[in-house]
Design a protein around this ligand. Sequence first.
Ligand SMILES: [Fe+2]
Ligand SMILES: [Fe+2]
Length: 296
Amino acid sequence: MTTFRIAHLSDPHLPPPAMRRSLRDIFSKRTLSRLAWRRKRNHHSPAVLADLVADLQAQRPDHIALTGDLTNFSTPEELAAARRWLEDLAPPEQLTVSPGNHDALIAADGDRFAPWRPWLGDEPGAGFPAVRVRGPVALINLCSATPTALHLAQGRLGQDQIARLAENLRALGEAGLFRLVLVHHPIATGAVSARKSLVDAEALRQVLQREGAELVLHGHAHEALTMQVAGPAGPIPVLGVPSASAIAGHGEAARWHELAIARGAEGFVTEVIARGLGPEGAFAELGRYRLVSPRR
Ligand SMILES: [Fe+2]
Ligand SMILES: [Fe+2]
């Protein structure tokens, strides 16, 4: 039985490079976010992130899923710095990025994610969902990142993206692929407060209930969450990981998940292996469990 191994990490919140301050910035959401970042920057560590990346790369996954919040204020300088970090993390064919709310903090002219485009999907400029097939897995990359009002960290997919998702799920399910949905915001009810929620999560859940998916991965909550939503043949697992740069002592410490996906007699079997900061301060396995996706 061959196994396809996917690494999931999220919310690295890379340290911001020195920024130019424009007048627009001074009155924008970025200013408030910068104040929030001053409070939170001690919760994130570039050294922790580097250790996590080294641990992840040492496991040599077949593909990497990164569910957003690479930046803090979504400035062009940060997006460019994040691109350089992506280049070191993995080549575009082996890494899929779903943007987060911090990557789209305020309105932008043009294609804000242009520097990241090779990592968003295989067809440049095709938009979302971006579908990539790797081995037995179809990665279905959604974008919930959208500018919001002050003090909000909500996400939105929009009707068009949800409608295209329904078509993708149906076709990829008929092709017998493992449908892996990537989205920054949690999608299960009660995962985060309304202020941080995906505003059209109910419409997304209806599509998933009708068309099915084998697994949904998200970030945003900075917590390891194991939830589920209804699917046509049983519950669909929904997994979140803590921030990849979080130090211990301020919420959950940095962690990533290896998902070892195999086709078994009972359907797809996914072994989830959590790797994070252990008691010695080094990355180690924290535990593992199995998920079974019923055969359709
Ligand atoms: Fe985040
Ligand atoms: Fe977020």
